[in-house]
Design a protein around this ligand. Sequence first.
Ligand SMILES: Cc1ncc(COP(=O)(O)O)c(C=O)c1O
Length: 383
Amino acid sequence: MIPVNRPLLISGEGKYLAEAIKTGWISSEGPFVKEFENKFAAYVGKKYGTAVSSGTAALEVAMGAIELKAGDEVIMPTFTIMSCAVAVVAYGGIPVFVDSEPDTWNMDVSQIEKKVTKRTKAIMVVHIYGHPCDMDAIIQIAKRKGLIVIEDTAEAIGAEYKGGYRTVPFKGKKCGTFGDISCFSFYPNKTITTGEGGMLLTNNKKFKERADRLRDLGFIQEKRYYHEEIARNYRMTNIQAALGVAQMKNIKKLIKIKRGYGKLYNKLLANIPGLQLPVEKPYAKNIYWMYGIVLDKSTGFNNETFAKKLALQGIGTRPFFYPLHHQPVWRKSEYRAVKERNKDSFPVADKIAKQGLYLPSGLGNTEEEIRYISATIRKLLKS
Ligand SMILES: Cc1ncc(COP(=O)(O)O)c(C=O)c1O
């Protein structure tokens, strides 16, 4: 079976791991943690980094850093991972969902403003599958309404926004530079990986200090074991950070490979009736994090039936996100407010969630695999 992802560890990771072991620095106190924070923050273009144990933890710590309170609302796409909503409800907040754009699959910017109320505290932007959101429009709304912007950049490390419209070479601003806080994941299917891991980046000193404290059980420096707020242990270990420091050496190369795989799929899957491919808007440098496709109903397939066909040919896939507005957990009494607040319809997200899936497109997958997968899809859809 061709897996949907294989990580690519080509940066001397073993040497860095061995150093962590040899020196005995295996916990979060080790020196690679700071080094990774500094290198990653400098690469993206933010002042401060706070490494944590996962992307999910990064989002939750971000909600704590902005001091989200019970009843506060955070606007986010319905088509995203559960982590986004979990972070908000962890503080008693209410996620408010927005439908998707049919071509980029990102949150539909034109629907954000009407979701803003007196209780809205932040907009959580998610660059879905590596395609940047239209940040100018989002930042304008946030400024006008006095909202904080949280950027979930887990899937868009290396993606860029706005480069003077198709300038060659495209020179945009990196995703992750726009948010008051931006959050990242380093799970093995991400552009760089630490096995499990995540990071928050910010230019705001207060957010940085709060993030450092909230990843660390809420410890305060002045008085040990004295807690003024509830926080968990979301620290990243030196072993994880050793992987991160190693991977930073080749980050540009890894992004190039990712984009190359996306473009190869674009070429090999072009012009198949009923098959929608990822786009790259004029304002965007897409990194094609995971290569998604959406099947028109006229093909006779949905994502489940097509995934089964591909599995028979030895090809692993994943369905698109199950939209947040459909998550059964909101039926529980303690989360009923989420259900009550999100009674609108979300037709685009509903459609892509049924008809969309993503193909093997990890850094460790090969060109040969992509050629085989593309030829198989062409054959299946032709017949
Ligand atoms: C958009 C997005 N945000 C957050 C996360 C959560 O990251 P993690 O798996 O490291 O908790 C993911 C994970 O895939 C993601 O895709």
